[in-house]
Design a protein around this ligand. Structure first.
Ligand code: CTP
Ligand code: MG
Length: 357
């Protein structure tokens, strides 16, 4: 067969294989229901401490990029401004309460930079993987960035969700999804994919929701929460009617090109991925490493190896956890993936299995 034809067949095959690959990894309806029960139970208990408190889910259980048995991310929001409770104190109080009233293994970390409560439920027959849950306090930006990610997914679920879900599985299986061990969080990988679909691909697969101007008067382009502008265009109905991508690449093509772009084109040494503003330089952000930091602080050097600007907390580098070695590993994985997908064995399923080994 002609090589071009062979490649076309592989790419088509790859797209359908990607769909079938992620489908069985999605959370079941039952899992969702159990998690919602857990959230609602904990919320009731928290309300006995502070009646105006609400407990909201964020992260992958809400942004449509959730995988089976993933952790729960919860946040306590207190609506009564006169409540005046300190986060560390609240974490301790909720921890004590849950210890008394539930079967959870409870670990409050009130002294952490961001006070947090860690809960785990041991595996049982109903819940073969148990439950792991983090509860934070008043992190309203996380709710907003979860909504932003969900809105991006809603615009083109078949391509966006499939790509993100596959990359999350790939990153977990290749062990490059460990922010505590020098690599990147799931949130970071998700922002990389969105950055690629909004700013790298020409024509773009997704619009920049933080910069859509013509659809609304400019006054609405600022919504402040915790000192940050969290505005984005979230009217998916209008988007569906007024915006459509003229990029018709398949999810298989996009995946191959994603790996290729991060193997060969992205300038890791001096570029910053900003979903909000496109490609920026480390210099402009003041996120320099090596020489400029000098002997000031050895740790600061490793902060900005990989740079991904948070969409709302723009002074925050989401990829600050990535060390020199971590980046080396990540780049090696992008190249390995490119190699596997361009050598194209006969069947895409085999390529995917090899990719995630
Ligand atoms: N988050 C954040 N800043 C970070 C990391 C995470 O604001 N540096 C918030 C985001 O709202 C994100 C959520 O925490 O959606 C959960 O992050 P993470 O666990 O990395 O992503 P998930 O989508 O929950 O992935 P997983 O399924 O692996 O848990
Ligand atoms: Mg999570």
């Amino acid at each position: 067969m002609h090589p071009g034809l062979l490649h076309r067949r592989f790419v088509t095959d790859l797209s359908s294989s990607l769909f079938s690959f992620v489908l069985p990894l999605l959370p079941t309806q039952e899992e969702r229901a159990v998690k919602e029960e857990v959230r609602s139970l904990i919320e009731k208990l928290v309300k006995t401490i502070e009646p105006s408190a609400r407990l909201l889910s964020f992260g992958s259980s809400q942004n449509s990029f959730g995988l089976r048995n993933s952790d729960m991310d919860l946040v306590v929001l207190i609506d009564d401004p006169s409540a005046n409770l300190e986060a560390s104190h609240l974490v301790q109080m909720i921890g004590d309460l849950l210890q008394r009233e539930t079967n959870f293994d409870v670990k409050p970390l009130p002294k952490a930079r961001i006070p947090i409560l860690k809960l785990t439920l041991a595996p049982s027959s109903a819940l073969p993987f148990g439950i792991a849950c983090d509860i934070g306090i008043e992190n309203r930006l996380a709710i907003e960035n979860t909504r932003l990610l969900l809105t991006y997914a809603t615009i083109d679920p078949a391509r966006v969700r499939t790509l993100v879900l596959f990359l999350k599985v790939w990153a977990k299986r290749r062990r490059i999804n460990s922010p505590y061990r020098g690599t990147l969080s799931s949130y970071g990988f998700t922002l990389m994919v969105l950055y690629y679909l909004v700013h790298v691909k020409q024509p773009p697969v997704l619009p920049n929701l933080q910069r859509i101007a013509p659809l609304r008067p400019l006054a609405e382009h600022e919504v402040m929460i915790q000192g940050r502008n969290v505005y984005f265009f979230d009217d998916t109905e209008t988007l569906r009617q007024e915006w459509s991508s003229i990029n018709f690449e398949t999810v298989g093509e996009l995946l191959i090109d994603f790996f290729r772009y991060f193997s060969h084109d992205f300038q890791f040494n001096n570029s910053v991925m900003s979903l909000r503003a496109g490609q920026l330089t480390k210099e402009i952000k003041g996120w320099v490493n090596d020489i400029d930091v000098g002997g000031l602080n050895e740790m600061a050097r490793d902060r900005n190896r990989l740079c991904i600007e948070d969409p709302f907390e723009i002074s925050y580098n989401v990829a600050r956890t990535v060390t020199k070695d971590g980046l080396y590993t990540l780049r090696g994985e992008f190249m390995r993936a490119t190699r596997i997908l361009t050598q194209r064995p006969d069947r895409a399923v085999i390529a995917l299995a090899e990719l995630c080994r």
